[in-house]
Structure formats: C-alpha cells, structure tokens
Design a protein around this ligand. Structure first.
Ligand code: GN1
Ligand code: MG
Length: 337
C-alpha cells in the first residue's frame, strides 16, 4: 500500500495533517513534504527493491543517531521507537523540515561550493567508526563489481541497445585502469571510513537567510567507504555547471576555481581526521566516482532503464555520455598536473 497519509500515522508527529505533497527529485526513493497544524516534515518512501535489507538500514540509523550532532536533521521515530516503518510498498522514514533551509540544485558561486564542501567535511569528521556500520546496498561503490555488472549488461543486451551504445562502451572500457589504481590504494593502506556515499549538491541543506551550511541529508547510503568516495562525488556534481541529464555535452566543463573552493572547504573541516594517503588520493576520487556513475548509467541503459527513474528513453544514455565527458576532462587535468 503506497499511502503516505496512512504511513504517517505510524510516526510520532505533532499536530493534525494539513497537506502531503510530492517533493524533490531523487532517482530511487519518493519524498513528500508534510504540513501539520504544528510543524512541517519530510516523509520518504524508501524503495526496498533497491534497499533490500531494512534491518541494516535501521541499525545504521541507530548508530548514526547515537551521537547528537547538529550536522544531521532530527528524525522522528515511529510509535514503536524505530526509525523505519515498513509496509508492502517500502520503508517509510520521517524527518523534521526546517523552513529556513533549501537544497541547492546546481553550484553557481564559490561560496556555495565551499558551504557544501564544509558540510560533507563535517560529516567526515563526525568521528563515528566505519566498523559500526554495514552497507545498505552491498558493494555499492565497489568498482570491480560494477564493471562485472556492465559486462553482464553488454553480454545480455536485454534492451537491444548495445549497437547504439558501442561508442560509450568503448570509452568506458578504456578507463578500467581506475579500478586497478583503487585496488593499489587499498593495498597501500587506504583506511575505511564512515561515508555518506551520495554527496551530491542537493543532499546538503543551506540556510535561506545566510546561505551557510545547515544539514547533511539523504542518509540511506551512509556506510563504510573511503574518504575519496565522498570527496569524489562532490567533484562529480559541483565542478561542471551542468546537470546529469544535460542535453548539450559541450556545456560540460571543469571549473578549476570551484575545485579549489571545494578542497579548501572540505579540508577545513576534516583535514585533522584524515591520513596523508587519504588526502593525497582525494582528487582521484573525482575520476573514481565519475567513472562508477558512467558505468551504472550505461549498464542501466543497456538493461532497459530498470534502476534509475527516467523522463525519456535516452536519458540514461545521455547521463552516461555526460559522465564520460566529465571523466575525460578530469583525466586530462590530472595528466597536466
Ligand atoms: C541515486 O536517488 P538519489 O538521486 O539520491 C543513486 C546515487 C547516484 C545518484 C545520481 C541508491 O541517488 O548513487 O549518485 O542517483 N543512489 C542509489 O544522481 O543508487
Ligand atoms: Mg541518495
């Protein structure tokens, strides 16, 4: 039963419900804005075809909320004192909505980039041990496994799109060294860390009045990872003035001054918590995360759009093409340095 109002009855919210409306644009879950006579909330329906192990999710949220931190938005428990309410349509979760906040959609000035980076830097320095968490989606950022998934998608060609995508497949295959480089970093001793694992710009809330960082949101993928994942996904989503589905590939660019702001903002909050190898490998995170997203979009295109929401037939193709373009720009820049 996919009914937000019925799901809401299971949470300890205050006041009588006045309105419930769809909100935001995630690729996987549905989010609703809720107004009651006393407060405002965000209710999320987590897609349990993607997040299959809700016990792990619940345990991660518990581990996350053990330390009271002003980096995270306050969540509302159910009447049974759990964070998730399960029904046949998925897992529901509720958090307070702070009226003085907004989620920026695209970085358009350096201060904004710095605030987003500071926010995720604060998350990195929360000091929670990665060992206390498990992955909500197994192998989520395991590139080796994602490459195997791509190989399977190419092999089965379920949607008969392989011929059309051949050029993208060739481009993607040329970057397999990124996986080897990551494996070397692990052997060299890159430590695991608690990561957010989805550090897109719109997963930060800034204050409407001051434009300063307020909260990190979208906690469904929080779990063990490497610092370069979170730094890299910020590079992927902050450095170009384009959205993932940008129709005009020539608009994709790397703004180097944005990179400086991103790095300075992030390190200002968490440099003390990171090892030298982690700091040295942060920039490689841009290539790693952009590559993994190119592969995931491409595999989903070949599989017939079974994972990401799409608004038109070619959207996953366009997303994969754009990520590969961004990766090329990052790679050229890394060669120059
Ligand atoms: C998905 O659903 P959303 O938009 O928060 C995806 C991320 C990708 C992102 C790309 C669980 O996040 O890994 O980076 O799309 N989340 C999942 O926009 O697959
Ligand atoms: Mg997410």
């Amino acid at each position: 039963m996919n009914d937000p109002k019925t799901a809401l009855e299971n949470f300890q919210i205050k006041g009588a419900i006045r309105s419930v409306a769809l909100f935001g644009g995630g690729h996987i879950n549905d989010t609703y804005k809720v107004e009651t006579s006393e407060a405002q909330y965000l209710l999320q329906r987590i897609n349990t075809d993607v997040f299959r192990d809700t016990d792990i999710f619940e345990a991660n949220l518990n581990a996350l909320f053990t330390t009271k931190s002003d980096v995270l938005v306050e969540h509302v428990p159910t009447w049974k004192n759990t964070w998730l309410f399960l029904d046949t349509s998925g897992a529901w979760k509720t958090q307070l909505f702070d009226k003085d906040t907004y989620a920026p959609q695209m970085a358009d000035d350096l201060r904004q980039v710095s605030e987003v980076a500071k926010g995720f830097g604060k998350f990195t320095s929360l000091g929670l041990s990665a060992d206390a968490f498990q992955e909500t989606i197994p192998d989520f950022h395991n590139l080796q496994w994602r490459l195997e998934q791509l190989d399977e998608a190419i092999e089965s060609d379920l949607a008969r799109r392989k011929a059309e995508a051949q050029n993208l497949i060739d481009q993607a295959n040329a970057y397999r060294w990124i996986n080897q480089k990551m494996e070397c970093l692990k052997v060299e001793g890159l430590p695991q860390r608690l990561c957010h694992n989805d550090t897109k710009i719109d997963n930060i809330l800034l204050s409407c009045s001051s434009n300063q960082f307020k909260y990190v949101i979208d906690l469904d993928t929080v779990g063990p990872g490497y610092a370069l994942y979170d730094f890299g996904d910020m590079m992927r989503t902050l450095l170009s003035p384009t959205k993932e589905s940008e129709p005009d590939v020539s608009k994709i660019e790397l703004r180097e001054d944005y990179y400086v702001s991103l790095r300075d903002g992030f390190l200002s909050q968490c440099e003390h918590a990171l090892t030298a190898l982690e700091i040295e490998s942060l920039a490689f995170g841009g290539q790693y995360m952009t590559y993994i997203m190119a592969i995931r979009f491409l595999a989903d295109y070949l599989n017939g759009d079974v994972y990401y929401k799409v608004s038109h037939e070619e959207e996953n193709f366009v997303r994969a093409r754009n990520q590969l373009r961004l990766l090329k720009l990052m790679d050229d820049l890394a060669d120059k340095e």
